[in-house]
Every structure is written in C-alpha cells, then in structure tokens.
Ligand binder design. Structure first.
Ligand code: HEC
Length: 138
C-alpha cells in the first residue's frame, strides 16, 4: 500500500508532471470550446483591450503580466495588489482548478473550472483572444 500512496502523492505534487499534463492537453485544446468555457468569466472579465474593465480587471495580454497590476482597476484584493508573480498558462491552469484554494483572500468570486480539459481549452482561447488584442495595440 505504502509505495503506491507515495507514488500517487509524487504524481500529484510533481510540477514537471503537471506541466506535461498541460502541454498534452493544450495539444488537444480547442479555442472555440474555450470561448464557451469562458462564458461565466465574461460576467466579470473582458479579454478585449477596448472593452476596459468589468467587475473584474480586463484580461487583454494577461499572460506574461504581473498579477494585480492592470491600470485603472481599483478593486484588487490586497493579495493581488501586492502580488509579484507573473501569469503563465501553467499557473492559470493550476489556479483555476480551485481559485479559492490557492488564494483564499482573493475577492474573485468564482468556482473556477474543475475539468482539466475545459481549463486547457479556456487557456487556448485566452491566449488567442488576448494576444490578438495585444497585437492590435502595437
Ligand atoms: C464575479 C466576478 C468574477 C468572475 C465570475 C471571474 N472573475 Fe476573475 N477576477 C475577478 C476579480 C474581482 C479579480 C481580482 C481578484 C483580486 O484582486 O483578488 C479577478 C482576477 C482575475 C485574474 C487576475 C487578473 C490580474 O490582473 O492579475 C484572472 C486571470 C482572472 N480573474 C480570470 C478569470 C477566469 C478565467 C474566470 C472564469 C473561470 C474568472 N476570472 C471569473 C472577478 C471575477
């Protein structure tokens, strides 16, 4: 029993395996499906730069940006205001599984996206939608 439990724990906890999981899921990801997965997020977020902020900050070009620093959004929690990490697809994949588990003191009221392939689809959509916007701003 013991070795199995340890192996399972190692699998769950290993960041490189998590990265492999995202890579293989992104290879199968469908941005059009991701647009639908993003539906409930749209209540609070626009991915397009020209739409500005909603109840949540605008997500244009979010990958590669430091969290909690979108100019003109005044409702960040202390946790996000003081955050120093950069949003990567991997981090978003992990966070969105259960947002309140990672940042219990965040003010984002979302249950996240429990299904891993849905999360990969959402990330594929966000990459496409937010990069297109970043290009348009150049
Ligand atoms: C009820 C409104 C609401 C919903 C629904 C919501 N968010 Fe948020 N989101 C927020 C707020 C408010 C923040 C700022 C959180 C904080 O400061 O603690 C935020 C922060 C974020 C950030 C970080 C932005 C930054 O500038 O660092 C990302 C990325 C994000 N949300 C993605 C999503 C995704 C993807 C979904 C759908 C699964 C979602 N959100 C659903 C309100 C929402």
């Amino acid at each position: 029993m013991r070795p199995l439990v340890i192996t399972l724990l190692a699998m769950v906890c290993s960041p490189s395996l998590a990265a492999d999981e995202l890579q293989s899921r992104l290879a199968l990801a469908d941005a059009d499906r991701g647009r639908l997965v993003f539906g409930p997020c749209r209540t609070c977020h626009y991915p397009d730069a020209f739409m500005g902020h909603n109840n949540g900050p605008n997500l244009s070009g979010i990958f590669g940006k430091v969290a909690g620093k979108q100019p003109g959004f005044d409702y960040y929690s202390k946790r996000f205001r003081e955050a120093e990490f950069v949003w990567t697809p991997q981090l978003m994949f992990t966070w969105l599984e259960d947002p309140m588990a990672m940042f219990p003191d965040s003010v984002m009221m979302s249950r996240g996206v429990p299904d891993p392939q849905d999360r990969a689809d959402l990330i594929a959509y966000l990459k496409q939608a937010t990069l297109r916007q970043a290009d348009q701003l150049d």
